[in-house]
Design a protein around this ligand. Structure first.
Ligand SMILES: *Cc1c(COP(=O)(O)O)cnc(C)c1O
Length: 368
């Protein structure tokens, strides 16, 4: 057997530690997971109820097209059903796009550090990855536009960016779209859009009618609290959706996922609570971190990248021993920072106390 050359030496996705791992290895009673940007409130109770009810139907294949869910999305966004594609998480839509557009000889432009799945899936298809360094946590859009050539097929935009939380303004995004030639697909991954409070965030869905080479990705995994059910969606021109759809597995999203997502969309109050609580807790946590002299990247998401100016793994391990699982920046391209999901008010207060205890134990003076 000979697997694709480019897969040789590639590593599987490394998830963070699970609370069970930490409990077993450190013997701590309470473990708080703040490493994967999940919603600490969980999903709307209506979503859980709908998913539970739907279990009666799981001997059947799901509607592979996910029509009911797409109808809800279409109504919500005021766009036709034909402009939507569902994925087993938006991760799967990234895979579908790479599968549909990329092959050896092509290249794809992306920010770095950013969400690793753009690079991962593009590599498997044998495309060249042109990674453009962020500037202070933000996309270097001019440099990204310059990296495009005749062989570029996809440009990835992560707005707001994971792992920095920094967003791209509407003005900057439109100026970028104007520079991108029409043969290049721009994918705007907006996994955290429900958390955004900045009023200059692009209305990317409205831009699709102007830019047929724009695709927007959204997910139910973050603010909607349904990461475990794996459901996300893409929005683009009808022509683009119908061209990539044959690269999708026929039954890629499940019956419980459809039911829970539909119910989650209907509970607008729950989403508003999620968003307001996150913004308030994030602001308090930021003020606390800054009072200690730490640097917090401006975040429009439910996580913050905090630069401790000390080795990231020391911070990570220190907080782990206090019962908090965060994401070390060492593996994310930020060797002196950690990415911390905004948890509940109580958990963030306890985390703040833990940070005060860990801080004096760190090797100081490490600059990024
Ligand atoms: C979490 C995340 C996703 C993936 O979400 P799923 O829908 O769970 O696959 C995509 N993009 C970014 C930037 C993310 O942070």
């Amino acid at each position: 057997m000979k697997i694709k050359q480019q897969l040789q030496g590639m590593a599987s996705y490394k998830p963070g530690m699970t609370p069970e791992n930490v409990r077993a290895s450190l013997g701590l009673e309470k473990i708080v997971k703040l490493s994967s940007n999940e919603n600490p409130k969980g999903p709307s109770p209506k979503a859980i109820e709908a998913a539970t009810k739907s279990l009666q139907q799981i001997f059947l294949y799901p509607d592979g097209y996910g029509l009911q869910l797409k109808q809800c999305l279409a109504a919500m966004h005021g766009m036709p059903v034909e402009q939507f594609i569902l994925g087993n998480g938006s991760d799967e839509i990234i895979l579908i796009l790479c599968r549909a557009l990329l092959q050896a000889g092509d290249n794809t432009v992306m920010p770095t550090p950013s969400f690793p799945q753009y690079r991962h899936n593009a590599m498997i298809e044998g495309a060249e990855c042109r990674e453009v360094e962020l500037i202070q946590g933000a996309h270097a859009l001019d440099a990204m536009a310059e990296a495009i050539d005749d062989s570029t097929k996809i440009v990835w935009i992560c707005n707001p960016n994971n792992p920095t939380g920094v967003h791209i303004s509407s003005e900057a995004f439109v100026a970028f779209m104007e520079k991108v030639p029409p043969h290049v697909l721009v994918v705007s991954d907006e996994a955290y859009i429900e958390y955004v409070t900045a009023d200059d965030f692009p209305d990317s869905l409205a831009l699709i009618s102007k830019y047929p080479n724009l695709m927007v990705l959204r997910t139910f995994s973050k603010a909607y609290g349904l990461a475990g059910l794996r459901v996300g969606y893409g929005v683009a021109s009808e022509a683009l959706i119908s061209q990539i759809d044959p690269a999708r597995e026929p039954f890629n999203t499940s019956i419980p996922a459809h039911s829970a997502a539909i119910a989650a969309l209907s509970d607008v109050n729950y989403l508003a609570e999620t968003r307001n609580e996150n913004a308030a807790i994030k602001a308090t946590f930021r003020t606390f971190c800054e009072s200690l002299g730490l640097t917090v990247y401006p975040s429009e998401t439910n996580f913050v990248l905090v630069d401790f100016h000390a080795p990231a793994d020391e911070v990570y391990n220190g907080l782990l021993h206090e019962g908090f699982i965060v994401r070390s920046g060492a593996a994310l391209g930020f060797p002196s920072a950690v990415r911390i999901t905004i948890g509940s008010e109580e958990d963030m207060a306890e985390l703040s106390a833990a940070i005060s205890r860990v801080l004096p134990t760190l090797t100081v003076g490490e600059e990024k």
